[in-house]
Every structure is written in structure tokens, then in C-alpha cells.
Design a protein around this ligand. Structure first.
Ligand SMILES: [Fe+2]
Length: 195
């Protein structure tokens, strides 16, 4: 059993530090956009896992990977590296370093048995293709997060970016479902920006 309620709390607690220490409005908006994206991707992972008839624990694992797949983004924003330049900093690699080298993963899940699956799924989620050599289960979860992430990228592109003039508008127009919004107690994020 993976305690997703606890995972949600930990995720919000982790992001809150960045929300409170952002340098400028642009940085804050990026943090909020990525927070909402992570939550939506978690939801997409659940849908995919259920469509594949995975069991409850596998579905929870897919959700956890969805929630954490972009955890490296938040630290990436605070470093002196251009956000869009992935050549300078691979946010997936940074994410697994934060989770597994710094040990943040243990705040989300005490059991170590899924570590390798989580690490491989996250580190490969933004790669052109999944490398050879993964076992069946590692491959399954790697594919789920790649598909869930792409689905939300398409959603952001089609429903948000193309209908918005500025990134601030993008985030304001960003939607999450009522169900997931209640679970995460997500407020309208942009309102918190100072002037
Ligand atoms: Fe993502």
C-alpha cells in the first residue's frame, strides 16, 4: 500500500518552500504551472493504470510516479540555468538525484522495493526513447508516465497556451478536475503573487 494522501501532503509541503521563496513573478508562475501539471499527470497515470486493469498497488505506484516525475523542475527554477535549456540541466536526472541521493523519496514511501522502478520511470520520462535492458515492470511504469506526461503537455498546448497571451494567463486558465482539486486543496495559484 502506498499512502497517496501522505504523498500529496508531502508534495505540497515540498513545493510550498519554492512558493514562499520565489525571486520574481515569472519564477512563481512557473512553479505554479508545474505544480498543477504534476497533479494532473498523477490523475492521468491513474486513468491509464485503471484502463490497463492494473491492481490497486500498481495504480498507486503509477500515481506516485506521476506526482514526482517533475520534482526536479522546482529546484531547476531556482538555479542559474535557463529553464528551457535542457542541454544545461536535465530536470529528470535532477529529480532522481533529489529523490534518491538526497533521500527525499523516503518521505513519500518508506518501502524501498519500488525504488528502481520509480527511478527508471522518472529518469527516462523526458528522453527520446526508453533505453534497452529494462524488465517488464520497469518498462510498464516508464511507458505510463511518458504517456501521461505527453497527454498533459498536449492539454496545456491545446487548451491553455494557444488561448493565452501570457504565461500568467496560461496558469490562470489552467484547470484541474474538481475531484483532484479538492484532494489537493489547490487554490487559484496566481492570486498569491506579490504585485
Ligand atoms: Fe512533466
Amino acid at each position: 500500500m502506498i499512502n497517496l494522501e501522505k504523498c500529496k501532503e508531502e508534495f505540497l509541503r515540498y513545493v510550498r518552500v519554492f512558493e514562499e521563496e520565489y525571486e520574481d513573478e515569472e519564477e512563481y508562475i512557473k512553479i505554479e504551472r508545474k505544480k498543477l501539471h504534476s497533479i494532473r499527470v498523477m490523475e492521468r497515470c491513474e486513468e491509464i493504470a485503471k484502463a490497463l486493469n492494473l491492481n490497486e498497488e500498481q495504480t498507486e505506484l503509477a500515481c506516485l510516479i506521476g506526482l514526482l516525475h517533475d520534482i526536479g523542475r522546482f529546484e531547476q527554477y531556482t538555479r542559474n540555468v535557463a529553464y528551457l535549456n535542457e542541454m544545461l540541466l536535465d530536470h529528470a536526472k535532477l529529480g532522481v538525484d533529489i529523490l534518491f541521493k538526497k533521500g527525499l523519496i523516503r518521505k513519500f514511501i518508506e518501502d524501498e522495493k519500488y525504488d528502481k522502478i520509480i527511478e527508471l520511470a522518472i529518469v527516462n520520462h523526458n528522453k527520446y526513447k526508453i533505453p534497452e535492458g529494462l524488465n517488464k515492470e520497469e518498462l510498464l511504469f516508464s511507458k505510463i508516465i511518458r504517456d501521461a506526461d505527453k497527454l498533459d503537455i498536449l492539454y496545456e498546448g491545446a487548451e491553455i497556451f494557444w488561448n493565452s497571451k501570457t504565461e500568467k494567463e496560461n496558469v490562470e486558465n489552467s484547470k484541474i478536475s474538481v475531484k483532484i482539486g479538492q484532494l489537493f486543496k489547490v487554490e487559484r495559484p496566481i492570486k498569491k503573487v506579490r504585485k
